[in-house]
Design a protein around this ligand. Structure first.
Ligand SMILES: Nc1ncnc2c1ncn2[C@@H]1O[C@H](COP(=O)(O)OP(=O)(O)OP(=O)(O)O)[C@@H](O)[C@H]1O
Ligand SMILES: [Mg+2]
Length: 317
């Protein structure tokens, strides 16, 4: 239990990076040719950007990967000057065995435009000895001259198939038991962020049987089925009962108003109601979310939201 599972199960080979097949196969072919352009990995957190870089250097340099790989984080390195100095020191010595070394720069989109200009010059100066892999959440925040020097890959949130594959592997290795429903719940609460998904699984693993209930209680997220029943009560005109049930959810599971609005918004597409009504309700959720962020009273806002469900249900009849 002392080990963090996201590290324990971090992919070491290309085949272990799931759900990004096209990217992996292109990157693999660069590596097989022993020649690689600068790369940019763009996409949401926990989708395999750092992991794929690691797989690249392990494949390229085998047991010598550590001496040929420098990992920097643009946002903790206190400015571009530190980055440049580190890159210089690392790049100055040519790799003994290889044509080039690899520098991984995480959170490249956190650099200011000026810093990015400086980075661009650094990339040009060291192209002979180094390849850069830039990682970012939003490629649009990276200046055009840098983007045009890289082959850009866009990582997707993990789909269900990839997520289940990863989960089943860990469940088996850790001798846990998890049914379809609990895997489904893990996937739902983590929204395609694999780091989050594995962390939640680990947090639930103090007993060998992973259950849907435990997952939702660990992440303080309302069970979709309970939220659905609150909404169905409201849609069928039963305001008082739906309000009571919602209060229960809020108090017993200590969920915030904002958590609940998010959970409600997620469930709307699954309700049995006309499309037009659903759209109206989604719009309402957006409005409520804004009000809650601005600091409105949670109970009043949630009641108002339920009232709009009741009204929508009446109109539907
Ligand atoms: N595509 C994937 N296949 C298998 N495991 C994955 C994948 N993506 C993420 N993971 C798991 O999640 C952990 C975190 O992933 P990783 O560090 O690669 O994410 P990232 O895309 O770099 O995220 P961030 O933007 O937050 O840096 C990994 O250690 C691994 O266990
Ligand atoms: Mg990363």
């Amino acid at each position: 239990m002392s080990e963090i599972w996201t590290e324990k199960y971090r992919p070491k080979e290309f085949s272990e990076v799931k759900g990004q097949d096209e990217i992996v196969s292109k990157v693999k072919s660069f590596v097989e040719k022993g020649n690689m352009p600068h790369l940019m990995f763009a996409g949401p957190a926990g989708t395999g950007k750092s992991s794929l870089s690691l797989a690249i250097v392990r494949q390229l340099y085998k047991e010598k990967w550590r001496e040929n790989y420098l990992e920097l984080n643009a946002s903790d390195e206190r400015g571009i000057d530190v980055v440049r100095q580190k890159v210089k020191d690392f790049a100055r010595t040519k790799s003994m065995s290889e044509n080039f070394k690899i520098i991984f720069l995480d959170e490249a989109d956190a650099l200011t435009r000026e810093a990015q200009q400086a980075l661009r010059r650094t990339m040009e100066n060291f192209t002979k000895t180094c390849r850069f892999i830039l990682s970012c959440n939003y490629s649009s925040k990276v200046i055009e001259p840098i983007q045009s020097r890289c082959v850009v890959f866009r990582f997707q949130r993990l789909d269900k198939k990839a997520a289940f594959e990863i989960l089943r592997h860990i469940v088996e290795k850790e001798s846990l038991q998890a049914d379809e429903k609990s895997l489904e719940a893990l996937y739902n609460v983590s929204e395609g962020d694999c780091r989050r998904m594995i962390n939640i699984l680990q947090a639930c693993s103090n007993a060998t049987e992973i259950t849907e209930d435990r997952i939702y209680s660990v992440v303080k997220s309302a069970q979709p089925s309970e939220v659905r029943s609150v909404l169905n009560l409201a849609l069928s005109g039963n305001f008082i009962q739906s309000r009571e049930k919602l209060l229960d959810l809020m108090l017993q599971q200590s969920l915030s108003g904002l958590d609940l609005v998010k959970a409600i918004q997620k469930e709307i597409p699954n309700l049995e109601a006309e499309e037009k009504i659903k759209l109206k309700l989604i719009e309402k959720c957006g409005e409520m979310e804004f009000r809650l962020v601005e600091g409105s009273d949670e109970f009043i806002q949630l009641e108002a939201l339920l009232a709009s469900f009741v009204l929508a249900g009446l109109k539907g009849k």
